[in-house]
Structure formats: structure tokens, C-alpha cells
Design a protein around this ligand. Structure first.
Ligand code: HPA
Length: 274
């Protein structure tokens, strides 16, 4: 079996054979950022299927692709299509694309997700900048032998989300006139949504929003030395004493409705970043 590092290098050399630029910024186009792909002035799109060791999506029409180009005057690499633990992928597979964008030269990672709001001040449709996270997946992408050339055995987690970038996002939101919440994101594997007792517990332990992604990617990003900026689109209200059955169609519609706001915010953030 080839090492993780060899696998990353194999994927990078295929990308490099097509595109010679160095993308400083990587963007995971999760729920809430899908249409940002259309704003990128793309030089090249590479299907995950053509990249060695990239996880292959089993869902037809959601194969996933790497978009290489420019956004807001910056060289970017965007990961259009992400993988989740609940689909059966290991967290090493889920986070492989983060390793690859790091090896391509990215120093900053922007991630987004759809999340349930547990902070009683939050409403469906709100945007939240992630200030911190809680990993309740019962798993960790760094379990196993550590390659010291990729990152440290025991990565520090005192500031996984750059405080400077949280502040930059808040000033970008202010400039655009967009209300922006701040909060702690907790990740569970899913795929089932949470019980009332679980929402009560998650709120009690300090989380503002809950979802099924992002944390594995951020752990690997920190391990690899990337600066991280994360956003959640609050798609539904998860208040244990007033809980309604989750309506997945409504959750997706809320995420889609918030997309232009988040896409504008991320674009403005990129303009302001150095
Ligand atoms: N839990 C509850 N509500 C949600 C989630 C979740 O994981 N994701 C989006 N809305």
C-alpha cells in the first residue's frame, strides 16, 4: 500500500501536469457555497474521477471536481463536491482533498456547511462564522501512523479557526450590510438528525450549530498548517422544546436561498485577505 504522502504526491503531479499556478486559497464548496463555483474564473476543471486516490462519489451527477482559477483577484482551488462520514467514507478519505490542496500550495482554507441552529437567537437563513468546533464524530482523521512531514503527531487546537479571519469576515459582512452570527459548530456523523435530548445536550456543552461535516477537514487543515475560515448557513431551528420534524426539502431550499449572500461574503473576504 502506498503511503498517504505518495498518494498526495500522485494526485498533485496529475494536477500540476495541467496547471502550473500556485493557488494560495482553497475553498470547500459545501452546502451554501455551490454557486460560488460559477463566480470562479476557471482555467481548468478536473473531475475527481481523473485524480488518483481521490474518493469517488457513488451518487450520479455528484462526481465532484476540482476547479482551478481566480476569484476576487486571487489564485484559488475549489473543491466542488465533498464527502461525508455517513456515506461510508473513512475520515482519511473525506479529508484527502485537503491534503492535496495543501500540497498544491494553499495556505488558507475556506469551508462552509449547512447546520441546524441551537442558539435560541438564531433563525433559519442566518449566516454564522465558525469561531470554534466540537468533534463528536467519535472518530478522527489523524488516527493511525503520523507522517511528520505532513504535520505533527499532536496538533495544537487552541485556534483552529483563525481569529484574524473571523474578524476579517465580520468586517466584510458589515461592509456588505449582511448580518453575521458567530458561534461554535459541533459535528456528529449523522445521517439521522438529533433527538430533542441530543439538541439539549449539544446546546448545554456549548454548541450554537450542529452538522455532519467540516470538522474532519478542519482537523486535517490544522494538522497541515492551513489557516481556516468557516461558515455555516443555519438551515433549520433545533430548539428542543419547540422542535418540528426536519423537512429536508425545506433545509435544502433554505441553504439555496442563502447561497448568494454567502457567496458574496466569501468573495469579499477573499478580496480583503492577504
Ligand atoms: N442536524 C440538524 N439540523 C441540521 C443539520 C444537522 O446535522 N444539518 C443541517 N441542518
Amino acid at each position: 500500500m502506498t503511503s498517504l504522502r505518495d498518494q498526495v504526491e500522485a494526485a498533485v503531479s496529475v494536477i500540476r501536469s495541467h496547471w502550473k499556478q500556485e493557488p494560495g486559497y482553497a475553498i470547500v464548496l459545501g452546502t451554501g457555497l455551490g454557486t460560488l463555483a460559477d463566480r470562479i474564473e476557471a482555467d481548468l476543471k478536473l473531475s475527481y474521477a481523473d485524480l488518483p486516490h481521490f474518493p469517488q462519489s457513488t451518487v450520479e451527477g455528484h462526481a465532484g471536481e476540482l476547479i482551478l482559477g481566480r476569484l476576487a483577484g486571487k489564485q484559488v482551488v475549489a473543491l466542488s463536491g465533498r464527502f461525508h462520514r455517513y456515506e461510508g467514507y473513512t475520515l482519511q478519505q473525506v479529508t484527502f482533498p485537503v491534503r492535496v490542496v495543501r500540497a498544491l500550495g494553499a495556505h488558507t482554507l475556506i469551508v462552509s456547511n449547512a447546520a441546524g441552529g441551537m442558539n435560541p437567537h438564531f433563525r433559519a437563513g442566518d449566516l454564522m462564522v465558525i469561531t470554534d468546533h466540537i468533534n463528536l464524530m467519535g472518530d478522527n482523521p489523524l488516527i493511525g501512523p503520523n507522517d511528520d512531514t505532513l504535520g505533527p503527531r499532536f496538533p495544537d487546537m487552541c485556534e483552529p479557526y483563525s481569529r484574524a479571519l473571523v474578524e476579517l469576515a465580520e468586517s466584510a459582512a458589515l461592509e456588505l450590510g449582511l448580518p453575521l452570527r458567530r458561534g461554535v459548530y459541533v459535528a456528529l456523523t449523522g445521517p439521522c438528525l438529533e433527538t430533542r435530548a441530543e439538541y439539549r445536550f449539544l446546546r448545554m456543552i456549548g454548541a450554537d450549530a450542529v452538522g455532519m461535516s467540516t470538522v474532519p477537514e478542519v482537523i486535517v487543515a490544522v494538522h497541515a498548517g492551513l489557516r481556516v475560515l468557516g461558515f455555516s448557513v443555519i438551515t433549520d431551528e433545533c430548539f428542543p422544546d419547540a422542535l418540528q420534524p426536519a423537512d429536508i426539502a425545506k433545509i435544502i431550499a433554505t441553504a439555496n436561498a442563502a447561497e448568494p449572500k454567502l457567496a458574496a461574503l466569501v468573495t469579499r473576504c477573499l478580496e480583503k485577505m492577504d
